[in-house]
Design a protein around this ligand. Structure first.
Ligand code: SFD
Ligand code: AMP
Length: 614
C-alpha cells in the first residue's frame, strides 16, 4: 500500500456501538445509558455530533407529538393517520410504539432547554397542526447532542463508517463496524456486541432540481448519503418499502418546507389562474386509487398528484399565497422564523429573487425523490416490533432488531413506520437501545469475533481510491478526465442521471415502467463495476467516494423494489405507467428484499400488512 493509505489502525471494543449521532443516535445513547449503566456505549459520527444530520441547521417544529397529557390525541389516532397517509400500508406495531412513547421524548427536550412555544390561551404547546408543535429550534441539535455526549462512554467524531463487520464464526451475527477518520486517515475497527445503525436517509440518489453551482441545495440534508441502507443491506438485513421514496412539495429553489404555511398560517395554493386545485381531481383519483381519497387529511402523495396534474396540463406553476396570510406582525414573524430556524436558503432565495412574501405569492415545486424512513414515507430495514403488540411475523425477539442478530436500527434506518420526524426518530433510538441492552444481558458470554485477514482486506478496500489516484494520475487526458479512473463527483452525476431517467425522477414526471426499470438496473450494475475504479485525491474525496458507494447500493434497492411492486400505490411519489392503478387485491402488502452477502444475490418477497388498530 502507498504511504497515503497506510495510516495506522485503531481498535475500539464496546458493548453498544451507535453508527450515526443524529436524532435517533442521540436517543439511542441516552436510553442505552439508562438501562446499561456499566456498559461501554460508543457513538461514531462522520461529522460532529453537535451539528450533524438532518437537524444540523435547526428545525422550526416538532412534527410528531401526541399531547396525551392534555388529551389531545391517542396513539390509535396517530396509527390511523399514518396508515391513511401511506395509502393503507404501515407497520402499525412500530407506529403505535413510537406514538405511545414520543411525548416523553419531547418533554425531555424541553427539560434540556429546547424552547417550545406555548399557546397563551390553552396553556398547551402551541400547535402548528394536529401532530405538529412549534419550537424556536435553531439550537435543537446541540441541545439534544449534549444529552447524548453525557450518556456515551466515547464519541468518535469525523469517522465515516464504510462497512459493518459480520462475525467470523456465527453466520448472520453482527460484530461491529469499520471506517476511517476523514481528517487524518486513521482506519478504525469497532468491535461491538450490538450495533445500532442510525445513519439517516439519502439525498443525491436522484438528480436534484438544483444543479451546477446550486447542486448542494436539496431539501433533505445533502450529507444524508444512504449509509444506513447500504450498511445494513450488505450485512444481509432484510429491507422493506425501498420503492416508497419521498417527493415533497417545497418552495421553489430554496426548498422551504410548507407545513407551517399550510397548517399554522392556513395559506392556500392555487394554479396560475387562481383556482384551488387540491380536491379538483378526487373522482378521477378515486377510480385509480380507491377510497383513500376520502382520508382526512388528504394523503400527502395525493396532494402531490393533484399538483402534478395541474402542471402537466399547463396551469402551473402552483402558487402559495403567502401574501394573503401575513396580515399581522406575529404571523409575519412566524413565517420568517420558520425558514430562518430550519431552511435559511429559502429566506436567501426570497431576498435574492426580490420576493417579499407579504406582497408576492411564491412558486411551489415538487422535489427530487429522497429515500427516507422518517417523513411521509417509510423506506428502511425490516425490523422486529415490540413483544406486547406485534403479531407473528413482525416480532423475532428484540424491538427494532433487523433480521441480522445483534443489529438494530432507528430513525430513517427503519422501514414501515412513517411520520416519526425528529422526535419519533429520537424515540425509536431509545426503543432500539433498550432492546440492545436486553440483548447483551441475554447473551452474556458472546463476544464479537473478527478475523485479522478480514480487517486487512477491508482496510485495503477502503483506501483503494487513494491508491488508484496515486498510481494512475499521470495518465490524465485533460483536467479531470482520465481513461483509468472516475471521481466521486462524476459517479454521482451518472447515478443521478440513471435514477432520474429510468426510475421515475422529476425529469420523467416521476413515471416509469418495466422496460425502463430493467434497463436502469443494468446501467446501475455497470456503474457498480466502474466504482472499482474510483479515485480520490485526498481524504475528503475518499469520503465522497464511500458516500457514492452507499448511494448506489441504496439506488439498487430502490430500483429492485420498484420493479417488483406491480401497481401504482403512491401516485405523486411515483407512477408505474404499465400498472397505473392501485391494486388492493394483489399488492396490499409490504415489498421486502434481502441481499445475501455470501452468494451476492437478491431475493424479493412480500409480507402481509396486519391492521391492528380498527
Ligand atoms: O418540516 C454517519 N425534519 C423535520 N422533523 C421535525 O420533527 N420537524 C420539522 O420541522 C422537520 N422538517 C425538516 C426535517 C429535516 C430537514 C432536513 C428539514 C426540515 C430541512 C426531519 C427530521 O430531521 C428527521 O426525520 C430526523 O432527523 C431523522 O433522524 P435520523 O437520526 O434517522 O437521521 P439524522 O438526524 O440525519 O442523523 C443521521 C446521522 O448519521 C450520520 N452519518 N455517521 C457515521 N458514518 C456514516 N457512514 C454516516 N452516515 C451518516 C450523520 O452525520 C448524522 O449525524 S420538515 O420539513 O419536515
Ligand atoms: P412539511 O413542512 O411539508 O415537511 O410538513 C410538515 C408537517 O406538516 C408534516 O407532518 C406534514 O405531513 C404536514 N403537512 C404539510 N402540509 C400539509 C397539508 N397541506 N395538510 C396536512 N398536513 C400537512
Amino acid at each position: 500500500m502507498s504511504t497515503r493509505s497506510s495510516k495506522g489502525t485503531k481498535f475500539v471494543d464496546c458493548d453498544v456501538l451507535i453508527v450515526g449521532g443524529g436524532m435517533a443516535g442521540c436517543g439511542a445513547a441516552y436510553e442505552a445509558r439508562h438501562w446499561g449503566r456499566k456498559l461501554k456505549i460508543v457513538i461514531v459520527e462522520k461529522a460532529h455530533i453537535d451539528r450533524s444530520g438532518a437537524v444540523a441547521m435547526g428545525l422550526s417544529a416538532i412534527n410528531c407529538y401526541m399531547g396525551m397529557r392534555w388529551n389531545e390525541n391517542t396513539p390509535e389516532d396517530f396509527v390511523r393517520y399514518v396508515r391513511n397517509d401511506l395509502m393503507g400500508i404501515a407497520r402499525e406495531d412500530l407506529v403505535y410504539d413510537i406514538a405511545r412513547h414520543v411525548d416523553s421524548t419531547v418533554h425531555l427536550f424541553e427539560e434540556w432547554g429546547l424552547p417550545i412555544i406555548y399557546d397563551k390561551q390553552t396553556g398547551h404547546y402551541k400547535r402548528e397542526g394536529r401532530w405538529q408543535i412549534l419550537i424556536h429550534g435553531e439550537s435543537y441539535k446541540p441541545i439534544v447532542a449534549e444529552a447524548a455526549k453525557k450518556s456515551a462512554s466515547e464519541v468518535y467524531n469525523r469517522i465515516m463508517v464504510t462497512h459493518l463487520l459480520r462475525d467470523s464464526t456465527r453466520k448472520n451475527r453482527i460484530a461491529g463496524a469499520a471506517g476511517f477518520d476523514v481528517r487524518n486517515g486513521t482506519f478504525y475497527v469497532f468491535r461491538a456486541r450490538t450495533v445500532i445503525v442510525s445513519a439517516g436517509g439519502a439525498t443525491h440518489v436522484y438528480r436534484p432540481r438544483a444543479v451546477g453551482e446550486g447542486a448542494g441545495r436539496t431539501w433533505y440534508a445533502p450529507w444524508s448519503t444512504g449509509s444506513a441502507y447500504a450498511l445494513v443491506i450488505q450485512a444481509g438485513a432484510k429491507m422493506t418499502q425501498m420503492e416508497n421514496r419521498l417527493v415533497v412539495t417545497r418552495f421553489k429553489d430554496g426548498y422551504g418546507p410548507v407545513g407551517a404555511w399550510f397548517l399554522a398560517l392556513k395559506a392556500i395554493a392555487t394554479n396560475v389562474y387562481g383556482e384551488e386545485y387540491e380536491r379538483k381531481y378526487v373522482e378521477e383519483q378515486r377510480k385509480l386509487y380507491g377510497n383513500y381519497v376520502d382520508a382526512k387529511p388528504f394523503p400527502t402523495c395525493l396532494r402531490n398528484d393533484a399538483m402534478l396534474r395541474e402542471i402537466r396540463d399547463g396551469r402551473g406553476p402552483v402558487l402559495i399565497h403567502t401574501e394573503r396570510v401575513l396580515d399581522t406582525r406575529e404571523k409575519e414573524e412566524l413565517g420568517w422564523e420558520d425558514f430562518l430556524d430550519m431552511t435559511m436558503s429559502q429566506s436567501i432565495a426570497w431576498a435574492s429573487l426580490n420576493i417579499d412574501p407579504k406582497t408576492t405569492p411564491s412558486e411551489l415545486q415538487t422535489s427530487e425523490p429522497y429515500v427516507m424512513g422518517s417523513h411521509a414515507t417509510c423506506s428502511g430495514a425490516w425490523a422486529s416490533g415490540p413483544s406486547d403488540i406485534s403479531p407473528p411475523g413482525y416480532h423475532w425477539g428484540y424491538n427494532r432488531m433487523t433480521t441480522v442478530e445483534g443489529l438494530f436500527g432507528a430513525g430513517d434506518t427503519v422501514g414501515g413506520s412513517a411520520h416519526k420526524f425528529s422526535s419519533g426518530s429520537f424515540t425509536e433510538g431509545r426503543l432500539a437501545a433498550k432492546a440492545a441492552v436486553a440483548f447483551i444481558e441475554d447473551h452474556p458470554d458472546e463476544r464479537p469475533e473478527v478475523d485479522d485477514s478480514y480487517i486487512r482486506s477491508l482496510k485495503e478496500e477502503v483506501f483503494k481510491p487513494l491508491e488508484t489516484f496515486e498510481v494512475r494520475r499521470n495518465q490524465i487526458v485533460a483536467g479531470t478526465v482520465s481513461p483509468l479512473y472516475i471521481y466521486a463527483r462524476q459517479g454521482v452525476v451518472r447515478l443521478e442521471k440513471i435514477m432520474d431517467e429510468y426510475c421515475a425522477g422529476w425529469g420523467q414526471m416521476y413515471t416509469t415502467n418495466e422496460y425502463q426499470l430493467t434497463r436502469g438496473l443494468e446501467l446501475l450494475l455497470m456503474l457498480k463495476v466502474d466504482l472499482q475504479n474510483l479515485a480520490a485525491e485526498d481524504l475528503h474525496q475518499l469520503q465522497r467516494a464511500w458516500e457514492l458507494h452507499h448511494r448506489v447500493w441504496t439506488a439498487e434497492a430502490v430500483v429492485r423494489h420498484t420493479l417488483y411492486r406491480k401497481e401504482t400505490r403512491w401516485p405523486g411519489y411515483y407512477y408505474r405507467a404499465d400498472y397505473p392503478k392501485l391494486d388492493e387485491v394483489n399488492w396490499h402488502v409490504f415489498v421486502n428484499s434481502r441481499y445475501d452477502p455470501d452468494t451476492q444475490t437478491w431475493t424479493m418477497s412480500s409480507e402481509p400488512v396486519h391492521q391492528l388498530v380498527p
